[in-house]
Design a protein around this ligand. Sequence first.
Ligand SMILES: NC(=O)N[C@@H](CC(=O)O)C(=O)O
Ligand SMILES: [Zn+2]
Ligand SMILES: [Zn+2]
Length: 379
Amino acid sequence: MPGSVGTLQRGLVIPWPGLIEMSSTEPLPMQTQTGQTLTLARPDDMHLHLRDGTALASVLPDSVRQFARAIIMPNLKPPVVTVADARAYRERILAALPAGSDFEPLMTLYLTEKTTVADIREAAACDFIHAVKYYPAGATTNADSGVRSIARVYPVLEAMQEAGLPLLMHGEVTDAHVDIFDRETVFIEQVLSPLMDEFAGLRVVLEHITTAGAADFVAGGPARLAATITPQHLLLNRNALLVGGIQPHHYCLPVLKREENREALVALATGDCERVFLGTDSAPHGRHTKENACGCAGIYSAHTALELYAEVFEAAGALDRLQAFASERGADFYGLPRNCDTVTLVREPWQLPETLPFGDDTLVPLRAASELQWKLKTA
Ligand SMILES: NC(=O)N[C@@H](CC(=O)O)C(=O)O
Ligand SMILES: [Zn+2]
Ligand SMILES: [Zn+2]
């Protein structure tokens, strides 16, 4: 539990609660692999947008098929800002679960300049809130209520540091003069790096990293700094967005970058750094809001997330590393027990549909209408 780390002073480096006692004596699953199948401990999605209402009902079964748990992003309209909001949202998610599912939504609060120290203490004390999300105001979808000046939330960050509650960051600056392709790099220089020094015990996840610079920053960082990586940033570079016409279904924030960045992310995800883990950032938007003169940012990947990550790891000759990235490191960082059940992928080429249902609209998933090499076996 985030609250169990103990009371610590600003400036102290806290031990991250990564080493947790396992509640069961069952041996944990080991990844096994033949040419045709790949079995691994059930993964967790450490960055997921489930939305609400009919959209939630449409997308939730996709995540439930693949993942045991997910860190649920709070950027609803209006955002999830209080413990009461998070409790109510969690209950709506649980009510929308398919019968018999034990999927666990790991809730987060949306940090605003009005968030209080009392809100943080309450969040840390409850057992279903696992982190607080930082959106620079205006940086991304539903980020209008985000933070304009980080100094204004210092007391709240201090309380989070004391409680061991992780700060999850959308890492982009929003200054009009900063090029959209440089916004993550400038964020690391101007916001994240000073923040890591100012709060020497704050636990931070740099979400959906997209650059070689971010990969280096995380790999060279302390145990209290982690990162998530999406399937699209491992699979695609910015040509996929702009060559042959604008491809709105490849538009997300942070925007896709150059090939050398994608290669650095693949090296990080498949490498030894224990603080890098799966977070799909699956962010559904109805087809008509994407195929629009002003298309929304967000890519839907929950439908085939694990298949897509498997493709990346296989292409890198690192399929044996997938379980660590998908099922172990995220749980360790959040101080959660690792999952004891397994999922199996089968090598079986299959065609993704062009669209999926999404409330009254439809949804165009990542790699729509194309062939995938791996298929998740359903029970
Ligand atoms: N990634 C995106 O492009 N969009 C996300 C928000 C976010 O994670 O930044 C969304 O909620 O649609
Ligand atoms: Zn984001
Ligand atoms: Zn996101």
